[in-house]
Ligand binder design. Structure first.
Ligand code: SF4
Length: 449
């Protein structure tokens, strides 16, 4: 990547896991609005559930998630009770016992839940919702807190996919992010998962971390690829200490600069390709026979709050403090504060505090941005036709794209856009051109590279 491009596009732009993006959510969408939206859903629509477990055993200093450290189980158990009460409140607001084919436990650390509580949670969900027998049930797994019995219990409870949190195998990096996790701990948990029949394994890695170098990252990737997870997510560390104060424990001087970050990303992408992984969107890699690689090839990949997904359910219900839901009518976000979240649910109220209704115009732009993020290109005419918009709906944006075209990031053939190889990592800068909220907002986001 040319240095002038790196400097010019070192912008703070959204990750586009939704459109409009979360900083534009407001209080006009509240619990009453959420109840109305839920009640008006077409009962035949498939639903996905996201359960946010907002606790961890200790904080990793790089973490950007909404979570809280606890050494005790009582707060986790108490929180889980509230979360299950919310699952019941939402189920009662729906027009019927709706079909669920995807459940995702995220956090935080879902593997803080005791095995009996994980199993009970799934039982309760099966009671309130019509969970399909072959539902994809995914759990974000912290190898430091899961033993063999735990993994076996997860499998017995019906878990089909595990996202194994790693970040980096280099002890110096692990120390700098306060996440000590020897390679053997990760290798062992993957062995247990496979032995228990949970063969769909993702691994989460990170570049741009303190003290990481291209060489150390490549060593991590070689170790990761040797374990053969079906999917690898390689996120760029977002240093946003004004939003996540614990990140101040990471000295700025230990962080790679923008050129080094880019070198890491480029080298990592090439190394994973050499190891047989297909690049998916901006930051995912999958083995060629994995459903995500197939969806990417077929143009049916999607993007939601968990990142890239094969899940095409039009209704995502988010449960737990800070969880975000996506309905055909708009986005809803739950109360962030755990205490207020629990109080709200216990009072029998849906804990939604903000959100945004998605207009037809938003829906049109969301489709353009989603295709760009997933396919690295978009046919604007096709999207416009699908949404009943005029073929010249994006003339102003095409004008704004001219400098990015001149910089060789994107090519244009009529109303068809395609990111160049060099431009792919900067796809968010192209998405931003279609984002009419960005110019109006004060929100600060992470770097594009
Ligand atoms: S990275 Fe994962 S385990 Fe670490 S604090 Fe964040 S959510 Fe918890």
């Amino acid at each position: 990547m040319r240095h002038d491009l790196i400097e010019r596009y070192d912008l703070r732009v959204p990750r586009y896991t939704s459109y409009p993006t979360a900083p534009h959510f407001g209080p006009a969408v509240d619990a009453a609005c959420h109840a109305r939206w839920l009640g008006a859903l077409d009962p035949s629509l498939p639903v996905s559930l996201y359960l946010h477990i907002a606790y961890c055993a200790e904080m990793c200093w790089f973490c950007g998630c909404h979570t809280k450290a606890t050494k005790k189980y009582a707060p986790v158990a108490d929180y889980l009770d509230a979360l299950l009460a919310e699952a019941r409140l939402v189920a009662h607001a729906l027009p019927s016992r709706m079909k669920v084919d995807h459940i995702h436990f995220g956090g935080g650390s879902p593997t803080l839940l005791r095995p009996a509580d994980l199993a009970r949670t799934l039982e309760v969900l099966r009671e309130y919702y019509n969970v399909e027998l072959d539902a994809d049930i995914a759990v974000e797994l912290d190898p430091r807190t899961a033993d063999e019995a735990y993994v076996a219990a997860m499998a017995r409870a019906g878990v089909t996919r595990a996202s194994v949190g790693v970040q980096d195998f280099d002890p110096r990096v692990q120390q700098a992010i306060n996440r000590i996790q020897p390679y053997e701990v990760t290798a062992r948990v993957i062995e247990w998962l496979r032995a228990a029949g949970v063969s769909a394994i993702n691994m989460d890695l990170c570049y741009g971390l303190p003290w990481q170098t291209v060489e150390s990252l490549l060593d991590t990737l070689d170790k990761a690829a040797a374990l053969r997870p079906a999917r690898i997510a390689l996120f760029g560390y977002a240093h946003v200490p004004w939003m996540k104060p614990h990140q101040r424990l990471i000295p700025e001087a230990s962080l790679p600069g923008i050129a080094e970050r880019w070198a890491q990303y480029e080298a990592a992408s090439a190394r994973l390709a050499e190891r047989g992984y297909v690049a998916i969107g901006l930051d995912h890699f999958a083995l060629p026979d994995d459903p995500m690689a197939r969806a990417c090839g077929a143009g049916t990949l999607h993007r939601n709050f968990q990142g890239y997904t094969t899940d095409d359910a039009p209704v995502l219900i988010g449960l737990g403090a800070s969880a975000i839901g996506a309905l055909p009518q708009g986005y809803v976000a739950n109360e962030l504060d755990i205490g207020r979240y629990k109080a709200c649910v216990r009072a029998g109220e849906l804990p939604v505090t903000r959100g945004i209704a998605v207009t037809d115009e938003d829906g049109l732009r969301r489709a353009v941005i989603e295709r760009l993020m997933c396919d690295m290109g978009v046919d604007l005419d096709e999207v416009a036709a699908h949404h009943g918009a005029a073929p010249d709906a994006f003339e102003a944006e095409l004008e704004l794209l001219s400098p990015l075209e001149a910089d060789g990031l994107v090519t244009r053939n009529g109303h068809r856009l395609a990111m160049t190889e060099e431009g792919k990592p900067l796809v968010r800068a192209v998405c931003a051109v279609f984002d009419t909220y960005l110019a109006r907002g004060e929100a600060r986001h992470s770097k594009a590279v």
